[in-house]
Design a protein around this ligand. Structure first.
Ligand SMILES: CCCCCCCCCCCCCCCC(=O)SCCNC(=O)CCNC(=O)[C@H](O)C(C)(C)COP(=O)(O)OP(=O)(O)OC[C@H]1O[C@@H](n2cnc3c(N)ncnc32)[C@H](O)[C@@H]1OP(=O)(O)O
Length: 236
């Protein structure tokens, strides 16, 4: 019962994604060459698309209103990190270097699935309050238990929202730990709001926390606390 109810929230067409075969990737399905990728970099994916449900659009519009006085900012989001960002590999001189050949294939994980089938989200940040809010619609390819989102998919979006909150406040940092309590399952294709905040800064340590709630605020789906550590300046 819950499952079909949840799926009705999907925008029409979302469940009719392109067929996938088990065959090896064809030329067309391989990542685009770097010259094409640099054009794709400019496509901001945190804007409404036809797969967004009514709830998702309403929330987006509400947050866009909050950006009008400058207190909140919508954060753009791209599938490919910019060429400069690929130099992140140089932060870890003792780590195994990433092969240059693989870098053009690199995509931001939550942006790697096709429109409407995976992670649909937009983030907004309040610089004064050090808060980041993510409105998130998890598509049908993110299923865990039947009809519900996979915990790893929820963790991905919590980590991403917390990460943006920490990075915006403190610069380049990585997740050192992430402690999640999953309280109530999230129906596939429904929309949730992830509210994160910077709680404390101690030297290179950024302590952040978040909760995941239903659109009406009545259901608390998950909560998390997390530590991000700014990368050692000697290594950056
Ligand atoms: C700006 C805009 C960009 C836009 C761009 C677009 C991209 C849009 C971004 C989306 C956002 C994505 C967000 C995803 C973020 C990941 O998913 S990151 C991937 C998962 N994380 C990792 O792989 C990290 C692996 N771990 C490490 O590399 C290292 O352990 C760390 C975290 C860098 C820390 O290492 P370190 O620098 O050597 O630090 P270390 O000296 O050991 O410890 C420093 C302090 O932290 C404490 N600490 C370290 N680890 C821990 C721990 N696990 N627990 C408790 N305390 C700890 C230490 O005790 C120490 O404390 P103090 O003694 O100073 O009090």
């Amino acid at each position: 019962m819950l499952r079909s109810g949840a799926l009705r929230l999907c925008a029409p067409g979302v469940l009719r994604g392109p067929r996938r075969s088990a065959a090896p990737p064809t030329r067309e399905s391989r990542p685009p060459p770097r010259s094409f990728a640099s054009e794709v970099i400019r496509v901001d994916l945190s804007l409404p698309n036809p797969s967004w449900s009514k709830d998702m659009r309403l929330l987006f519009d509400q947050f866009m209103k909050k950006t009008e006085d400058g207190s909140w900012k919508r954060l753009p989001s791209y599938k490919y990190v910019s060429p400069q960002r690929t130099e992140v590999k140089t932060f870890f001189p003792d780590g195994k270097p990433v092969k240059e050949d693989h870098m053009p294939q690199a995509q931001l994980f939550p942006r790697s699935l096709e429109e409407g089938l995976g992670f649909e989200y937009a983030m907004f940040h309040n610089h004064v309050e050090n808060r980041t809010v993510c409105i998130f619609q998890g598509g049908p390819y993110l299923q865990g238990a039947s009809g519900f989102l996979h915990g790893g998919a929820i963790a991905t979006m919590m980590d991403s929202t917390l990460g943006v909150c920490a990075l915006t406040a403190g610069g380049v940092a990585m997740t050192a730990n992430l402690n999640i309590n999953f309280r109530r399952p999230i129906p596939l294709c429904s929309v949730v709001v992830i509210n994160s905040q910077l709680d404390k800064v101690e030297g290179r340590k950024l302590f952040v926390s978040c909760n995941v709630q239903s659109v009406d605020g009545k259901t608390l789906h998950s909560k998390a606390t997390s530590l991000f550590v700014k990368l050692n300046p000697k290594e950056v």
